[in-house]
Design a protein around this ligand. Sequence first.
Ligand SMILES: CC(C)(COP(=O)(O)OP(=O)(O)OC[C@H]1O[C@@H](n2cnc3c(N)ncnc32)[C@H](O)[C@@H]1OP(=O)(O)O)[C@@H](O)C(=O)NCCC(=O)NCCS
Length: 161
Amino acid sequence: MIQGLSIRESVGGNDIDRIVALRYEILRKPHDLSLADAAFSNDSSSDTVHFLAVSDEKLVGCSTLIFNPKTGEAQLRGMAVAHEYQNQGIGRLMLSAAHARARNAGASLWCNARFSAIGFYERNGWVRKGELFEMPVIGLHSVMIWCGNTGGAETQPIRTC
Ligand SMILES: CC(C)(COP(=O)(O)OP(=O)(O)OC[C@H]1O[C@@H](n2cnc3c(N)ncnc32)[C@H](O)[C@@H]1OP(=O)(O)O)[C@@H](O)C(=O)NCCC(=O)NCCS
């Protein structure tokens, strides 16, 4: 584990610039997408929670949980760990923080997972739902849901864990 690492939560726009910069570097730039493509429309909403992995005040990981009060669901988006910090447990720590948030809110948790990251989510209690689908420019994805919550009607029929 990285010395001095902390996982922080942020609501509102305070940390958006550095979150968008990290998302861009890890998730958008490799596909020749722009910095603007790394911003989400609900980034500054009061229903959105950002998780920041910080080491020596440097942002080394980020993820975003977007709550939908109408459906009781929360979508995990923008999961990114800086290249030199990957495979050191940071992604798992950020997922755990999102799990706790969703559990406390009674929300069912889902994401569109890149094909290359499906194994990461599966190792952390998520299951795939439905067929793979193509996300324009970025490539194959799968809807995944987290099985650690009792969830709503939407998640019940396909619960396998
Ligand atoms: C995917 C990502 C968020 C994972 O974060 P991370 O900090 O590197 O992962 P961790 O070190 O916490 O890994 C936790 C476990 O998942 C495994 N794992 C990590 N990345 C994986 C991957 N891409 N596929 C399969 N397993 C993976 C680790 O080996 C570890 O397994 P263990 O239980 O045997 O120890 C990070 O590697 C990343 O930013 N990748 C590029 C962007 C990306 O794909 N984001 C996800 C978009 S949906």
